[in-house]
Design a protein around this ligand. Structure first.
Ligand SMILES: Cc1cc2nc3c(=O)[nH]c(=O)nc-3n(C[C@H](O)[C@H](O)[C@H](O)COP(=O)(O)OP(=O)(O)OC[C@H]3O[C@@H](n4cnc5c(N)ncnc54)[C@H](O)[C@@H]3O)c2cc1C
Length: 397
């Protein structure tokens, strides 16, 4: 009997995770990545316990764990006074409660671990310089057309090609890129250049009127990942990221606490990212093709779950394809399981905008009352428990 062949457009976190999950279940996989090599932006990423549970199911958790920084805690700080509130205890507490830690990771480390595992399972699975453009299908097969004219045929196509997906319009028609008006300023700072007080295994979220700043250690504690997001920007067209000057960044955060500027004083360079989304569509599947990851649930990063959910997608998709003989039925099941959860995550992240950037944060007295209310323990549990307890291995397919 011939092996079922799955074509995957996009070799990012979602595409590679999906490939591993499928290869482990005996499917044949080919991945098509537009870039000349598999790579990730040099920045940090938070992987919550549900993401680590999914990475464990891919067999890569232990390797990544050795490269990551487990977080002891998360804190909220007020943009102008620097007053600090605990958000939650992580570290051993997370392992006891969820079975897995909360980790902060250097993105290139995560991508390398995933890429190495794909290579180990199937050495020639990845095609680079392979920009996907079109999709055709019959009842029996699906074909992927590349920009250079090559055509590959398989049993299933997965569009894991990110927020600016080309598979999505090929399946469902063009729809607009939605710029949120928010720009994220991203930089990495050498930890040993920073004053001692910043060298902690804690993820810190500064909140202020119209913006917030997140920072945490990555890469075995050698680097600090720093991301500052501000509202009220104009950005009309691609490219959706650009190099920027440190002084421009510091000016954008004028009035923020001295600690913010003390960190930025050691930043070597900054990149600005336009935070974009796409409309939420009411179906991800067309025949033998589906979308996953940012291609169908691009999100504001304010719950730190976008990549985590693309990893979850990959595991659940592979389980569905293994459970149903007809791949079209399997894809329908995948869509039914994953769309509600991922869209709840997208909406939850959008809700955090008004929480992180609330006008009440402008003045100290209203800010302290607002933070005490919004970050009291019941409210935090309601926002995060359903995310962290999800188990890709036991969700019913
Ligand atoms: C500032 C910021 C902070 C974030 N923090 C977190 C966090 O802490 N935790 C978290 O879980 N998530 C976080 N995210 C979200 C996360 O980065 C994304 O959700 C995740 O990268 C999505 O993975 P993906 O594989 O679906 O898409 P992508 O990572 O975009 O990968 C898509 C891949 O497809 C390739 N591609 C694109 N078009 C084509 C084509 N036509 N043909 C072939 N290949 C193509 C691309 O080159 C890329 O390799 C953050 C995002 C931002 C912007």
């Amino acid at each position: 009997m011939s092996q079922t062949k799955i074509l995957i457009a996009g070799g990012g976190i979602g595409g590679l995770s999906t490939a591993i999950a499928l290869l482990r279940r005996g499917f044949d996989v080919e991945i098509f990545e537009q870039s000349s090599e598999l790579r990730e932006f040099g920045a940090g990423i938070q992987i919550s316990p549900n993401g680590n549970r999914a990475l464990a199911s891919l067999g890569v958790f232990d390797t990544l764990h050795r490269l990551a920084c487990p977080s002891d805690a998360k804190e909220i700080r007020l943009w102008n006074t620097g007053k600090t509130w605990p958000l939650f205890d992580l570290g051993d507490a997370a392992v006891r409660k969820y079975g897995f830690p909360y980790m902060t990771v250097f993105r290139p480390d995560l991508l390398r671990v995933l890429a190495d595992e794909v290579k180990r399972l199937k050495p020639d699975a990845v095609h680079v310089n392979a920009r996907c453009e079109g999709v055709e299908q019959t009842d029996d097969a699906v074909s992927l057309r590349l920009a250079d004219g090559r055509v590959f045929t398989g049993d299933v196509l997965v569009g894991a090609d990110g927020v600016h997906s080309r598979i999505r319009p090929a399946l469902f028609g063009e729809d607009p890129t939605l710029f949120t008006g928010m720009v994220a300023w991203r930089t990495l700072i050498d930890m040993d250049k920073l004053p001692e007080k910043f060298r902690r295994s804690v993820a810190v979220n500064w909140v202020g009127p119209g913006g917030h700043v997140v920072h945490y250690p990555i890469h075995g504690g050698k680097l600090m990942n720093w991301v500052g997001t501000l509202e009220g920007n104009q950005w009309d067209s691609p490219p959706w990221s650009a190099a920027a000057g440190i002084e421009e960044c510091r000016a954008a955060f004028a009035g923020w606490h001295d600690d913010i500027h003390a960190m930025l004083a050691h930043a070597p360079s900054v990149t600005k990212w336009a935070l974009c989304g796409r409309p939420l569509i009411d179906n991800w599947v067309e025949g033998r093709a589906t979308l996953l990851g940012d291609a169908c649930h691009a999100t504001l990063p304010f719950l730190a779950q976008g990549a985590v959910h693309s990893i979850e997608d990959g595991v659940v998709l592979a389980r569905c394809l293994a459970a149903y003989a007809d791949p079209r039925v399997a894809l329908q099941r995948f869509d039914a399981i994953r769309r509600p959860r991922t869209y709840a995550m997208v909406r939850g992240a959008a809700d955090n905008t008004q929480r992180f950037h609330n006008p009440a944060l402008a003045a100290v007295d209203t800010a302290e009352a607002f933070i005490s209310r919004e970050w009291q323990s019941d409210a935090i549990s309601k926002r995060y428990e359903w995310l962290f307890t999800y188990d890709v291995n036991t969700v019913e397919v």
